[in-house]
Design a protein around this ligand. Structure first.
Ligand SMILES: NC(=O)c1ccc[n+]([C@@H]2O[C@H](COP(=O)([O-])OP(=O)(O)OC[C@H]3O[C@@H](n4cnc5c(N)ncnc54)[C@H](OP(=O)(O)O)[C@@H]3O)[C@@H](O)[C@H]2O)c1
Length: 222
């Protein structure tokens, strides 16, 4: 089984790489600049690919012909929480986060969809409960919330469009996880989040097409 993961050099992406390598799969781990922690894994099943999902440039490196699982994990939070308030958020801040957190996944799928179709594979888009309108009772965080909400919508359209080709698409919420993004202040560790999300992916046929699902299998309201 061939698995491709974006934003794989640290955090949840690196957690996915370690988990799938330990299960014997071939993993294409994409990084933007830094690959030290990936190189330290020393596996002949690991293939490194330089890919900045915020750019239209082609990835540098060899892609697998068939992709059984594509995980669109790369993402940024953007400006600090205070910098994303109604008074402080800027148009540049909004566009930067949207470009990476939403358009990034679209770029990757446009580039790889024929290879996922060839494998009748799965696409998992990593969004966030922060992108759920139903879950938003605290306001603020304009850029990150908007970009992750847009990703939910884009992911649902992908799910509908690719279902006739035999591709399943799911949107995932990792939980609040101890990574650089949360300054390691999350409620759960990377292994717990990744194990939960890989379990959801393994049971994707139990979920509706394009459903938004948390790491613990709970359905997230849009
Ligand atoms: N941690 C949480 O509690 C939480 C909750 C909900 C959703 N999420 C989502 O889960 C995903 C992973 O988050 P994380 O917590 O692991 O964050 P993280 O530790 O900050 O890691 C983010 C990863 O995305 C990569 N990335 C950022 N911009 C990129 C670009 N333009 N092209 C390619 N890669 C890029 C980073 O690469 P560099 O090293 O090059 O920056 C890094 O590998 C994100 O989509 C995030 O929004 C996280």
């Amino acid at each position: 089984m061939n698995i491709l993961i974006t934003g794989a050099n640290r955090g949840l992406g690196l957690g996915f790489v370690k988990r799938y390598l330990s299960q014997g799969y071939d993993v294409w781990a994409c990084y933007r600049h830094e690959q030290t922690q990936l190189q330290a894994l020393y596996s002949d099943k690991l293939h490194l690919l330089q890919w900045d999902v915020g750019s239209d440039d082609a990835p540098v490196g060899d892609l697998p012909d068939n992709i059984d699982l594509l995980i669109n994990n790369a993402g940024i939070y953007g400006p600090s929480k205070g910098g994303q308030s109604l008074d402080e958020i800027t148009s540049d801040g909004m566009m930067e986060v949207f470009n990476i957190d939403c358009v990034g996944a679209l770029r990757v799928v446009q580039r790889l969809k024929s290879r996922v179709i060839a494998a009748q594979g799965i696409i998992a888009n990593i969004s966030s409960k922060m992108g759920s309108s139903g879950d938003n009772s605290s306001g603020g965080t304009y850029a990150y919330r908007a970009a992750k909400a847009a990703l939910v919508i884009v992911s649902k359209s992908m799910a509908v469009d690719l279902a006739p080709d035999g591709v399943r698409v799911i949107t995932l919420h990792p939980g609040w996880v101890q990574t650089d993004m949360t300054h390691h202040s999350g409620l759960i560790d990377v292994d717990t989040s990744v194990k939960g999300m890989t379990d959801v992916i393994a049971h994707i046929h139990d979920y509706e097409v394009g459903q938004f699902v948390a790491f613990d299998g709970q359905i997230v309201p849009y």
